[in-house]
Design a protein around this ligand. Sequence first.
Ligand SMILES: C=CC1=C(C)c2cc3[nH]c(cc4nc(cc5[nH]c(cc1n2)c(C)c5CCC(=O)O)C(CCC(=O)O)=C4C)c(C)c3C=C
Ligand SMILES: [Fe+2]
Length: 422
Amino acid sequence: MSDTASDSVSDTASDNDISRRRLLGAVGAAGATGLVLGAAGGAAAHAATSGDAPTALTTVGSATVAFHGEHQSGITTPLQARGHLIAFDLAPGAGHREAAALMRRWSTLAAELMAGRAAGDGDTGVALDAGPSSLTITFGFGRTFFDRTGLVTQRPAELDPLPAFSSDQLDDRRSNGDLWVQIGSDDALVAFHALRAIQKAAGEAARVRWQMNGFNRSPGATGRPMTARNLMGQVDGTRNPKPSEADFDRRIFVPSGTKYAWLAGGSYAVVRRIRMLLDDWEKLSPTKQERVIGRRKSDGAPLTGGTETTELALDRTGPDGKLVIPDNAHARISAPEQNGGAAMLRRPFSFHDGIDPDGTPDAGLLFVCWQADPLRGFVPVQRKLDRGDALSPFIRHEASGLFAVPGGPKKGEYVGQRLLES
Ligand SMILES: C=CC1=C(C)c2cc3[nH]c(cc4nc(cc5[nH]c(cc1n2)c(C)c5CCC(=O)O)C(CCC(=O)O)=C4C)c(C)c3C=C
Ligand SMILES: [Fe+2]
């Protein structure tokens, strides 16, 4: 499979070279700066048959994210408009060798797709004409992967099952998995194209366990870059750790001195499908909704005043002597200051999977959070939220996963090679 993919890569690359030159001629070097060609060299194929000069891609279409690097893509990448999460179990009879071949195949494919090229022979054509549109494809290993591949001695204790929380209503069939892939793109067709290609490249080695689809706001939808909103209408993501902060790497990425060298530069992803009970939520007045979170709905500012980025004044009381930000407000309970410094990078997608027969929307948050250690990130915060979050009556955790996400591959390496060839 990897041979097939790399054969077709060279064909596609030469098409792309030709059309890239034609683009430069057509739109001028300045206009073409940063251009990346659409999947399958689509623009080139069209130009060759029609004689038209291909059209330059928009900024959204041409944006690329690097596949190689210290960390995998899709962790600090800005939220994309479309996301797919898919988990696989290795097929009966598949073990270490098949897993290594699969990771090699998937990595070759991901590098090609993220550069805006085709998926190889048999490309579905779904992404023709589009650029990569910030496509990212991120790979992780679940706890059971290590049993299946005979690599239990390489399994970090951080992959021990998450504790059960009292409010959990988890569906095992939509939880966990040997392998996990997160796909994000600012174009829905590009994202779907990648999802199909990843599924098909799994071949006989792995079977789909579960799959979920999500979305975020499209780039350019707001007048200026703004923090995303979720389906409850709240500004969500304000107090995420920022890569510019001194302790960001320590909080989010596994350090190089780790016991499991294969995981250096990697991270742990906690994935939760959280249903929002929107009919109940939307019955609350805006003032009550704001007290549930502790922030204003209009602009995400703390109820104690200021702008979105103003610190929460957690001790401030109102004229009635009561805390302005209630003691069970979600933003208070989840704050690192209330949890011994526990922090995570939240990078969710909203989901809407239709409307139940009784009219209830099956909608909510595909909550994905990243941390160097789930026991110093998600777990203590969720424990606290589970005990008394004002948001709890309006949400339901329906599925869960925990995955070790290796560091980014160097050129010539595949994701997970340091584990699978250790
Ligand atoms: C265990 C971790 C968390 C879960 C699960 C969770 C679910 C959840 N959150 C919102 C909406 C908001 N969350 C906000 C802040 C916030 N939430 C968590 C953790 C979990 N949330 C943290 C760590 C923080 C940041 C706290 C801080 O650093 O002070 C906010 C406020 C704005 C913001 O900072 O992002 C909103 C709004 C929903 C709707 C939800 C489940 C569906
Ligand atoms: Fe939250």
